[in-house]
Design a protein around this ligand. Structure first.
Ligand code: 6GU
Length: 227
């Protein structure tokens, strides 16, 4: 899989891909991630990529021309399954969408900034608009990092068996059960006896019950939702 991210702030997006699981996924060849600085596609004297909005109003708007140049340049090299615009008014990201996107080959992510982008960009080039939640960020970069992480960790081989995505909170509409590591007794705070019993079927049953109880208590909305 390949992800191309178009942004006016590539420096904001580097570190998430240079640490831990995402770094390893890239090094192991499970995923390629490329950052494209929109300014490199500007023909203006000062590499300007934004302008005032027609009709008046505060806030700058990303112009269509450099965005088209960048997208067309990428499209001349390969076919893209999705051209995603990260925007607070997009469809809210949920696990199901991450699962679906993880099965694609090539994806472009365009990060919104300032007031947003010229509507014609959305009309002409964008196939999917995604928000990561009902709050406003100063740009789409952190959202693109979140979306990329949610997708990449699902790719075959990225996680090992122990950290398998199959046991994730949300993957089966349930929160994950409580987990523990050594020591078994810390200052009198003990690990549940069942987890140390070695009785695997009983442990599995306990975990299922705990997952259900936690979900009913903390996120009852998940129990009657289709993710
Ligand atoms: Cl994708 N972009 C911005 N700027 N704010 C957001 C968002 C995206 N998702 C939630 N808030």
């Amino acid at each position: 899989m390949r992800i191309d991210i178009i942004t006016v702030l590539p420096e904001l997006l580097r570190s998430p891909f240079e640490a831990s699981i995402l770094k390893r996924a890239i090094e192991a060849g499970h995923i390629e991630v490329y950052l494209h600085n929109l300014r490199d596609y500007s023909d203006k004297p000062h590499k300007q990529v934004d302008d005032y909005q027609f009709g008046g109003g505060a806030g700058m708007v990303l112009m269509i021309e450099p965005i088209e140049k960048c997208i067309e340049n990428l499209k001349s090299e390969r076919i893209y399954d999705e051209v995603i615009f990260l925007t607070p008014d997009g469809e809210r990201l949920q696990q199901k969408m991450a699962n679906q996107l993880s099965m694609k080959q090539n994806i472009i992510m365009l990060c919104g900034h300032y007031k947003g982008v010229d509507q014609r960009v959305r009309d002409q080039f964008i196939t999917k608009e995604i928000s990561i939640g009902d709050y406003v960020l100063s740009g789409g970069e952190l959202a693109a990092a979140v979306l990329s992480d949610a997708i990449i960790r699902l790719l075959p081989g990225v996680l090992n068996d122990e950290t398998s995505a199959l046991t994730d909170t949300f993957q089966d509409n349930l929160l994950a059960p409580p987990i523990y590591t050594r020591p078994a007794n810390y200052k009198g705070w003990k690990v549940p006896e069942i987890l140390r019993s070695g009785n695997l079927p009983a442990i599995e049953k306990w975990r299922d019950e705990q997952a259900y109880e936690r979900t009913a208590k903390l996120r009852p909305d998940l129990l009657n939702e289709d993710h």
